[in-house]
Design a protein around this ligand. Structure first.
Ligand SMILES: N[C@@H](CCC(=O)N[C@@H](CS)C(=O)NCC(=O)O)C(=O)O
Length: 235
């Protein structure tokens, strides 16, 4: 199997701007599936208009979850074998909470809050030539603002939004308890998502309630454990 993963670029001491790229790469590392990583992927090159996307045996496909499910089939990955129905349900709900809920609070922090934007703009604009950035970045930001309104995260007060993400991380922390990984002694697929969103909030320079909750001693220790095992510890 030949697999090329396209991400954007590392940011804030994490492997990628996009938590979904971090998720996919972390999952491939947990599963022991070799891949080649390429920086500079853009939504315009992706069949679903989002990153990550991959070339899997020469066929381009997108969506971190659909990619990992296809890789699981092709490579015979057994990472989630033997999980009880209750563990499967927990994993699904945690994954979708972080990816479809908490994610939009991350987007809001980076793109729509003044303090977040001061960090985001200089880091993001270098992804493209300066003339393109001057035109494209305001357009992307307007699109993000509209998306935040439609999705709903843009309709909360700032403190309400960050309190929701903080509560998501508190729930993850409760499930984790004293275990090494979310569901016990060994990592499962869901740990790739948990790691991605925790590392994104932990290492972003922001100081919102969400960043603070993600940086609890137990969640910091979890990320260090994952990073030490699957990434060089700098990331
Ligand atoms: N469900 C997708 C979500 C991917 C996603 O939202 N990627 C963002 C970056 S974090 C993106 O490419 N956004 C560009 C856009 O929406 O135009 C996955 O799991 O891959």
């Amino acid at each position: 199997m030949n697999l090329v993963v396209y991400g954007s670029k590392p940011a804030w001491g994490t492997p990628d701007f996009s938590p979904f790229v971090i998720k996919l790469e972390t999952w491939l590392r947990i599963a022991g599936v070799p891949y080649e990583r390429r920086d500079g992927g853009t939504p315009f090159q992706s069949p679903r208009g989002k990153i990550p996307f991959v070339d899997l045996d020469g066929v381009r496909m997108a969506d971190s979850q659909l990619i990992l499910e296809e890789v699981t089939r092709r490579a015979g990955v057994t990472l989630d074998d033997g999980m009880t129905p209750r563990e499967q349900a927990t994993a699904r709900l945690v994954r979708r909470t972080l990816e479809e809920g908490t994610y939009f609070i991350l987007v809001r922090q980076r793109w729509l809050e003044q303090d977040g934007w001061q960090e985001q703009y200089p880091a993001f604009k270098v992804l493209m030539p300066a003339v393109v950035a001057a035109l494209a970045v305001p357009l992307i930001r307007r699109k993000v603002r509209t998306a935040a309104q439609l999705q709903g995260v843009g309709r909360y007060h700032r403190d309400e939004a960050f309190a929701m993400a903080a509560a998501d991380f508190a729930a993850v922390e409760t499930l984790l308890g004293d275990q090494r990984y979310l569901l016990g002694d060994s990592p499962r697929s869901v740990d790739a998502t948990v790691y991605a969103f925790l590392v994104a909030f932990q290492r972003h320079p922001g100081e919102t309630a969400a960043n603070v909750a993600a940086r609890s001693p137990r969640l910091l220790a979890y990320v260090e454990r994952m990073a030490g095992r699957y990434w060089d510890s700098a990331r």
